[in-house]
Design a protein. Structure first.
Lengths: 283, 283
């Protein structure tokens, strides 16, 4: 997905949050923002928001001297989500509900203004919502025939819902070899390989790094190891907007997107109402 | 005033509003925003927000092919404000209340998210608020000795409150020669000389143009005529944030600022709580 007109102000607002959360020093905040403005001046009509934004954010991190401004927020998200998931009755849960929970988990995204305290109360309400696009029958059908699944995670917090879903996938498709990918290092509130290790994904899957801190799956930046797994996978489950933004450019029919269309550009691109939850095969 | 860290995202959000209000065409909106990003990449730590933003906005106007995106909004503001002011009992109003009304009128600013429909109900509430800094005694005292007053307007709508105040000034200081300045052409919702003419300022004052569409009083951009009047004035009343942002750099003790500190940077600069109304002599 190439940038839409709303992506610029959204990135600028995220940069402001980054400097506010990243330093108390007004002078450093200002230097960070000036760096953001300079880097954002390089935008062009083919820029992919996830990639472009990540480069800007990492530039701001460097200038303000904080390599992980969302550290506390991410820890809070993980702690809260782990608790919410542990309170859920998992024994009799079917695969479809677990898939939906994995999408519901995608709302836990500080970067678009979500407060983690509301996780618990919102989960119940959202589970009652229908998926606006639901290709889960096809996904499960194809998972029955697949040997290798690559699961691309998105945010901290959310990963505890992913773990629940992946556990159910492993139960339903015990033959499946599952790889679960996280970022190489901190970028906004995305889950890193370290977060995945701490969340205990190795119980069901092999944890791998995308090899980059850039959000999503920028295929020209990922590691050789990741590219190799990406090439071998029979199916790819891509969580969240960042993975969609990067993968939608390559039109790979092994990909299923699981996400909530939080912003207008994503909703416009997917041709769904803003706020919709979807399980959608790549077009 | 030089930019604060919040000025970048604020300008980016204003650019988004400009393209949304200025064109329905998504492709044009995107081109307008890319132009905004490129122009904003030139920011530096000495940039003055009003000047820098105006250059960016005019660049966006050019790209989207709309030279006055706020035309309808400004007309609505003017119409509503004219009605509100005509409903006010002016006969027995004292000068101090008229001054306060002129500050209250400063909240009519679409660019920071104000809906003109709320003008009427808010005016009453705000008239009850105290000025956080009140140098009006000194202002009136000095007006008694002054020969020439230059009154720098800010936004459409607001100018009807300015006209009421200027009428009262003319009553109280009949010897005073008053110049009232507007912008040379459309820039966001700022009042142009044409708006001042339509509002009938010539009853009390001589209307002049700053000679530029740049917000505020950028002394390197104004016309020779304006510069001459600016030089001759004994006192200068500067309405709103844009005039403050440009004039605060030259530290001219003839200037009194009448404004509401709508944003954090202005509040921080003036050392007042955000939202305060002030009548403040230049420092």
């Amino acid at each position: 997905m190439k940038i839409h007109y709303e992506c610029f102000a959204c990135a600028a607002n995220q940069c402001q949050k980054i400097v506010e959360i990243g330093t108390e020093d007004l002078g450093l905040r200002k230097r960070g923002i000036i760096e953001a403005a300079k880097l954002m001046g390089r935008i062009n009509e083919d820029s992919i928001p996830a990639v472009f934004d990540s480069e800007v954010f990492l530039g701001v991190y460097r200038v303000i001297g904080n390599d992980d401004p969302f550290k506390d927020y991410k820890e809070l998200s993980n702690r809260l989500a782990e608790k919410v998931v542990s309170d859920i009755e998992k024994e009799k849960m079917d695969l479809r509900t677990a898939l939906k929970l994995a999408i519901v988990g995608n709302v836990i995204d500080f970067a678009v203004g979500y407060s983690p305290e509301r996780i618990g109360e919102d989960v119940g309400a959202m589970l009652g919502e229908e998926l606006y696009v639901d290709h889960s029958d096809e996904l499960f059908d194809r998972l029955g025939k697949a040997k290798i699944l690559l699961y691309l995670t998105d945010n901290c917090g959310e990963i505890y819902f992913d773990r629940l879903f992946i556990g159910k996938l492993k139960e339903a498709f015990p033959h499946l070899k599952i790889y679960v990918a996280g970022k190489e290092g901190p970028i906004i509130n995305d889950a890193t390989v370290e977060d995945l290790e701490r969340a205990g994904f190795e119980e069901f899957a092999r944890i791998i790094s995308t090899g980059t801190r850039i959000v999503g799956v920028p295929l020209d930046r990922v590691s050789e190891e990741f590219r190799e797994v990406f090439g071998r996978a029979d199916l790819i489950i891509a969580k969240g907007q960042g993975n969609f933004e990067t993968l939608s450019e390559i039109k790979d029919d092994r990909v299923f997107y699981l996400l909530r269309a939080k912003c207008r550009p994503i909703a416009r691109e997917l041709r769904v109402p803003q706020g919709s939850m979807v399980c959608m095969r790549a077009m």
